[in-house]
Design a protein around this ligand. Structure first.
Ligand SMILES: [Zn+2]
Length: 193
């Protein structure tokens, strides 16, 4: 169940243990909801996660979490703007969440989209513009498309971590409270960056 009286390190350990379970053969893809009554009076999630909206990367399942355990914000390409930042600040300030994770993944459509983006209408453009500097940075380090996108996925996770650090509230959290991680859609494993 959720418990806010744990350190960022302990919270990270719980998440990674959950992911190991998720990767095991015996994992039940529909975890039972336990102690739901205890959540009626409030929530104390031990981790806040900014993840990609990609349907293959659901944080609750990936970390084997029940209701009340993690506070989740999802956007295409796990990008962070004011609404996302405000949501995470809320988790930290009002819910006492000790750990924040930005969870990107491989085969990310938002990053691949930014690689090919030549401009377009609609609000999607603002997401592409947020991801494109990471692609540009990756182009300087790698030569083929696959390598560029893979590297850009990591830079894009770093970029969102940096966006979170722009918040005075989040910046002043203890060291190790904000981490970047990448989910492998082939194995289900999460790797800390
Ligand atoms: Zn994605």
């Amino acid at each position: 169940m959720a418990d806010s009286k744990i350190t960022a390190e302990q919270a990270l350990h719980r998440l990674m243990e959950g992911n190991r379970k998720f990767c095991s053969e015996h994992y039940d893809v529909h975890p039972t909801v336990k102690e739901i009554e205890s959540l009626v009076d409030g929530q104390h999630p031990y981790a806040a996660i900014v993840s990609c909206s990609d349907s293959r990367v659901p944080p609750n399942e990936v970390f084997d979490c029940d209701l009340g355990e993690i506070f989740v914000v999802r956007t295409a390409g796990n990008v962070v703007s004011d609404f996302e930042l405000g949501s995470i600040e809320y988790a930290v300030e009002h819910l006492g969440t000790p750990l924040i994770m930005v969870l990107g993944h491989n085969n990310c459509g938002a990053v691949a989209g930014a690689y090919e983006w030549t401009g377009g209408k609609g609000a999607l453009a603002s997401i592409m513009e947020e991801v494109m500097p990471s692609v540009a940075r990756a182009r300087e380090k790698a030569s083929n498309m696959e390598e560029i996108i893979s590297l850009a996925e990591i830079y894009n996770i770093d970029n969102s971590v940096n966006r979170l650090m722009e918040s005075e509230i989040l910046r002043n959290m203890p060291a190790g409270s904000i981490v970047g991680a990448k989910y492998d859609i082939h194995s289900g494993a999460v790797e800390l960056l």
